[in-house]
Design a protein around this ligand. Structure first.
Ligand SMILES: Cc1cc2nc3c(=O)[nH]c(=O)nc-3n(C[C@H](O)[C@H](O)[C@H](O)COP(=O)(O)OP(=O)(O)OC[C@H]3O[C@@H](n4cnc5c(N)ncnc54)[C@H](O)[C@@H]3O)c2cc1C
Length: 366
């Protein structure tokens, strides 16, 4: 089948990998001009490690393990309030997102057609296929189109309707940036929260860098998604008067080469497919960063979707089977994401008891 995937981060390349194993040569269209760098440390949990092993990538991922020890909750003066065990924050295997995407790209670049620096602009499906218009490439027809383009998915908007119908805002906005290791952390992280605000920093790249997260509660903010300075000002305004190392972190944020700002939301949909178009990963069921399960969901979802497409007599049956297998798992993760989001902006307390279960009964496809 001719299968187009929108999004070349985690879900997209993982799906392309499995589609190729089942005999297809997929195409990925990715808006960024190259594989995206930067990003948080993301973690794999439970059954996601099994999928990595079946992909032959587990050892390589382990070679890039962050080796984070613990995350310590601190007060205004930097004194320890509680220490969260490494698994609470870092899961079973934690790797920087840029390393994950680079490894997945390397594993698929020879078997997948990549169209970088482009995006789908229109989708029109009929009995013969999906007719796709791109911003830069010439129009083409595919048998299936899969949206793996994240929380703000373009495929979802074009095939299912506006984002406002599916994205539930969790009342948190946050900035993530990369700075020099100005706190001198050694494979560890520090977290400081006061009512409505959370600042965290953890060491990355053999302690050479800090990844800094500055999050705050807000219902709805109007801002220009392309105006970094405006976003920095929003962060600074919400952290005005905060203690601990926040003033230094705000200063470092302004100097940072990599900067990312977004609201934290979950994607809730009655169905992840319509006709010949389906969604996978955050585009279908983002559980929010506070769930700590988005990467595992993306990887497991890609594996199951490709497997069902290989096994089922047609794509309609495959899409239904894919969804049946993942619904419960996704709903559990989303519940956990909401609980953790409430805790995230509380004055410092012990973290919520882990309620998520990370093992899914995975079929092995031929
Ligand atoms: C700050 C932060 C911290 C996180 N921490 C964790 C964690 O600790 N553990 C964890 O498991 N998960 C975490 N996550 C979530 C995790 O990053 C996502 O769940 C995971 O990356 C989902 O993968 P995805 O491939 O579905 O989507 P994404 O990684 O969002 O990738 C979407 C891709 O689509 C591309 N794209 C977007 N629009 C278009 C378009 N129109 N055309 C073409 N391409 C497009 C983007 O450039 C991107 O490459 C965190 C996320 C954030 C933001």
């Amino acid at each position: 089948m001719r299968i187009l995937i929108s999004g070349g981060s985690v879900a997209g390349p993982a799906l392309a990998y499995w589609l190729h194993r089942h005999g297809h040569r997929p195409t990925i269209v990715e808006r960024a001009p190259v594989v995206r760098g930067g990003g948080a440390a993301i973690d794999f949990r439970g059954s996601a490690l099994q999928v990595l092993e079946w992909m032959g990538l587990l050892e390589e991922m382990r070679g890039h393990e962050t080796g984070m020890t613990a995350m310590t909750l601190v007060d205004d003066a930097g004194a320890t309030i509680a220490t969260l065990p490494a698994t609470a924050i870092s899961g079973d295997l934690e790797v920087l997102k840029s390393d994950v995407t680079a490894i997945l790209y390397e594993a698929t670049r020879d078997t997948t057609e990549y169209l970088f620096d482009d995006t789908i602009t229109a989708l029109d499906q009929d009995g013969s296929g999906v007719h796709v218009t791109f911003e830069r490439s010439r129009p083409r027809t595919f048998d299936l189109v899969i949206g793996a383009d994240g929380l703000h998915s373009t495929v979802r908007r074009l095939a299912f309707g506006p984002e406002s119908q599916y994205v539930r805002h969790l009342g948190i906005y946050g900035a993530l940036c990369t700075t020099p290791n100005i706190l001198g952390l050694d494979r560890a992280g520090l977290m400081y929260n006061t009512a409505g605000r959370n600042a965290l920093a953890f060491a990355a790249r053999d302690n050479a860098e800090l990844r800094v997260g500055l999050s705050f509660g807000a219902d709805h903010l109007d801002y220009d998604r392309r105006d970094r300075r405006q976003q920095e000002e929003l962060v600074a305004k919400h952290f005005a008067g905060a203690g601990w190392e926040v003033p230094r972190l705000l200063e470092a944020m302004r100097e940072a080469e990599e900067f990312f700002f977004d609201s934290s939301g979950q994607v809730v949909m009655d169905s992840w497919s319509t006709g010949r178009v389906a969604l996978v990963g955050d585009a279908a069921h983002c559980a929010a960063p506070t769930s700590g399960r988005g990467t595992s969901q993306a990887l497991i979802g890609a594996y199951v979707l490709a497997g069902e497409l290989a096994e089922a007599p047609d794509h309609t049956t495959a899409f239904a089977a894919y969804e049946r297998q993942l619904r419960d798992y996704v709903e559990r993760n989303q519940r956990h994401g909401r609980t953790a989001a409430r805790w995230f902006l509380q004055p410092p307390t012990e973290p919520p008891v882990e309620v998520a279960e990370d093992v899914v009964a995975l079929k092995q496809y031929a």
